[in-house]
Write a protein that binds this ligand. Structure first.
Ligand SMILES: [Zn+2]
Length: 354
């Protein structure tokens, strides 16, 4: 090669590689968190709204059917996995909360007021509220739960070869902060005594650091297990319920599609500035330990009986703010069924996601 073109190429190559890490250089990825109901109607909606992937749960036979159907129409499929199992073998391994948090849980369950007094069901609580998740979560500090979770993910991928991957959900703490069970507390004290990097922090901050570190480590172990079954597998996650000491911690996760909330489901809807700021952070964060990592803004779409429905004009505003903030067309939506099967919302999304 003549010298000049070689020099130009040498100058360009690093630029090309540095661009490879930006979202501008990657195709957008859109994933819909769905239920297995109405799958036949979801496929045309996914095509129309240019969604690449749908996330489902269900019995293994149904998952096999759905993943095979989606593969045949060129849509990625992800098997949903959460820490909410009611398997009797796990009944003694749920997370523990303080008496105040248990009392808050009772009050939340008893509250039948409109919009339930502002309860956000796992999203960031309104200022001054002590919220906890109504759904009991398994304690992943327990070796039995960790082993069970990895086994479940392994079996799902082995038995459903057409699945593109696994989508993790409800990986977090019922009180949005940490688990108070004896196994968790013992692990904390042992890590403290062993001189963990956060051991010199005040006790509350050290406990938060332990809770985050172990949540991240567990999530990454489950993701590694999925990749051990099939190296090409993709792992997605919705970072939920909120981890209050650091809501946007997703960049530590070794996952391919890290869906973090940029606009929550329920009123009072998030301020414009917060949606733009979160979308920006979510879309631009990187995980140097796992280069395939992609941050995907998540928007909650709700149509139901308990809370006020999210209306089309509100959704349009949120989608526009997310795109402005994130600078990417990547997006994750739950519930995709509500989006796809509510004509006004679907039309709004079709306009906004062009
Ligand atoms: Zn625990």
């Amino acid at each position: 090669m003549p010298v000049l073109p070689r020099l130009i190429l040498a100058a360009l190559l690093p630029m090309l590689f540095s661009c490879a890490g930006t979202d501008a250089a990657r195709p957008a990825w859109r994933g819909g968190w769905a239920s297995a109901r109405d799958v036949d109607k979801l496929i045309p909606a996914a095509k129309e709204l240019r969604f690449d992937a749908l996330i489902f749960s269900g019995p293994v036979e149904r998952m096999r059917e759905i993943s095979s159907l989606l593969r045949s129409v060129g849509i990625e499929s992800y098997g949903w996995f959460s820490l909410t199992s009611r398997d009797p073998a796990l009944k003694d391994f749920f997370q523990c909360m303080s008496p105040e948090e248990e009392k808050a849980l009772e009050a939340i369950a008893a509250d039948k007021s409109p919009s339930r007094g502002g309860y956000q069901f796992g999203g960031e609580p309104l200022p001054g509220r002590l919220d906890v998740l109504q759904t009991r979560l398994l304690c992943f500090h327990r070796p039995e739960v960790a082993a069970w979770a990895k086994r479940q993910v392994r079996e799902m991928l082995e038995r459903c070869p057409d699945l593109t991957g696994v989508a993790l959900d409800y990986f977090g703490y019922q009180n949005y902060r940490g688990c108070g069970c004896p196994v968790s507390m013992r692990a904390f004290e042992e890590a403290l005594a062993a001189g963990a990097p956060w051991a010199a922090l005040p006790r509350d901050a050290a406990l938060d650091a332990f809770s985050l570190e172990t949540l991240v480590a567990f999530t990454n172990e489950v993701a590694d297990e999925a990749r051990a079954v099939r190296p090409s597998v993709k792992v997605a996650i919705h970072v939920y319920p909120v981890f209050l000491p650091e809501p946007l911690y997703g960049r530590r996760l070794k996952v391919d599609y890290c869906c973090q909330t940029a606009a929550w489901f329920f009123e009072p809807y998030w301020p414009d500035e917060k949606i733009r700021r979160y979308a920006r952070t979510i879309a631009t964060d990187r995980n140097p330990d796992y280069p395939p990592y992609r941050g995907v803004p998540f928007v909650g779409v709700y149509v139901g009986r308990t809370y006020a429905d999210k209306k089309a004009d509100r959704l349009a505003r949120e989608l526009s703010l997310i795109r402005l903030g994130a600078g990417t067309d990547s997006l994750s939506v739950c519930s995709f069924n509500d989006l796809a099967l509510t004509p006004a919302l679907r039309e709004t999304a079709r306009e906004a996601l062009r």
